[in-house]
Design a protein around this ligand. Structure first.
Ligand SMILES: *Cc1c(COP(=O)(O)O)cnc(C)c1O
Length: 360
């Protein structure tokens, strides 16, 4: 059996969803399961999030899979449909469509299908400047959707650009309020960061993603401090040990050089498994890793299927010793920060050929 393996804890997923609910007690929850459940497996995530009110995702084929598996909960498609054919699928499968551009409004107007009309979320651009309608355009789009026979219901949504950082949500919330759209329409605003820090954004439906998987949306507050439990733990083993003399280089490009006699452990995990190649392993800057229960750092460049770790001060470590790349005991947030990225990217990048063990 190859040593690399991701363990996914269903109880951690359930715990994190319960925490999201407890923090936004007045709201229904769209559990965000895009990108294969943030790398955790779509069906697995949906099963673990059984207590969610609905699921939010991007890919229509993933939504079709959920329906085929018997999922009857609301499914919110966060980029909406891309063609009239897809729109027909929304109608047939009962998918909720985010409508963020005028092409989608036109497709709805032209569809004229005899099948069931589609529930829509009108997406408002309040400052993210990615998707959605602004100002008077939002009002016009709303009027057209209201007049459209193929629309069964309308809700409003927006997405925050800075809920995780200093800029917060104030300006975007104000933009949202300034639109003065019909207050009787249901609203959904909050991602994980807004859910956790800004109760004023909770509204009718919250849309947590990253927190459900046990990572923190913030750089200044850890997942543990937030009470979240890591759902995915990526583990492997040491498959070789090298003894180095001072001056000896490590790995491709020799970006690390031993300054003292060292022992290094070669771990069966590399960028082909989803470990970030840019995780630093320089003499003055490393990336944390756990070897045999002890925290140390990686050394040198990450290879496709391997990386090196410093086990000089972990004498009991040798071939076969277990290594934790991220998860229990070492948050993916910490590894991501060292690699100048986010836990989101690490989790989503878990390669499909990595063996997964589900635990309760
Ligand atoms: C991904 C996404 C979310 C979830 O964001 P997190 O930061 O992972 O909580 C919520 N809403 C939309 C529209 C998204 O695309």
């Amino acid at each position: 059996m190859r040593p690399i393996c991701a363990t996914i804890s269903l109880s951690a997923l359930r715990h994190n969803l319960a925490l999201a609910r407890a923090r936004a007690p007045g709201s229904r929850v769209w559990a965000v399961v895009k990108a294969n459940g943030y790398g955790h497996g779509l069906l697995r995530a949906v099963a673990a999030f059984d207590a969610a009110d609905g699921f939010a995702l991007v890919e229509v084929d993933a939504a079709a899979r959920l329906r085929d598996q018997g999922c009857t909960k609301p499914l919110l498609m966060i980029e909406g449909f891309f063609s009239p054919e897809e729109l027909a699928e929304y109608s047939a499968r009962g998918l909720v469509a985010v409508v963020h551009n005028i092409e989608q409004v036109r497709m709805l107007e032209k569809s004229g299908f005899a099948a069931a009309p589609v529930a829509v979320y009108l997406k408002l651009n309040t400052g993210m400047n990615r998707l959605g309608f602004r100002g008077a355009e939002a009002l016009r789009a709303l009027e057209r959707l209201r007049a459209c026979a193929s629309v069964s219901s309308i809700a409003l949504m927006t997405h925050f650009a800075g809920a995780d950082g200093e800029s917060g949500v104030t300006e975007q919330l104000e933009q949202f309020r300034n639109l003065e759209l019909d207050p009787s329409l249901p609203r959904s605003l909050a991602n994980s960061a807004a859910l956790l820090r800004y109760p004023e954004t909770h509204a009718d439906w919250v849309r947590p993603g990253i927190m459900l998987y046990g990572c923190s949306p913030f750089s200044d507050e850890s997942a543990q401090a937030l009470g979240l439990k890591p759902a995915m733990t990526l583990r492997s083993r040491i498959i070789a040990v090298q003894e180095l003399q001072p001056g000896a280089p490590v790995g491709y490009g020799a970006i690390y050089t031993a300054r003292e006699p060292m022992r290094i452990g070669i771990v069966a995990c590399g960028y082909a498994h989803g470990y970030p190649r840019h995780a630093p392993g320089f003499n003055d800057r490393g990336t944390p890793i756990i070897v045999g229960g002890m925290r140390t750092t990686i050394l040198g460049r990450v290879s496709m299927d391997m990386l090196a770790t410093d086990i000089t001060r972990i004498p009991q470590a040798g071939v076969g010793t277990e290594v934790t790349l991220w998860g229990e005991g070492l948050s993916a947030d910490e590894v991501a920060a060292a690699a100048e990225t986010l836990s989101y990217e690490l989790l989503c990048a878990l390669a499909p050929h990595v063996r997964v063990i589900e635990t309760d």
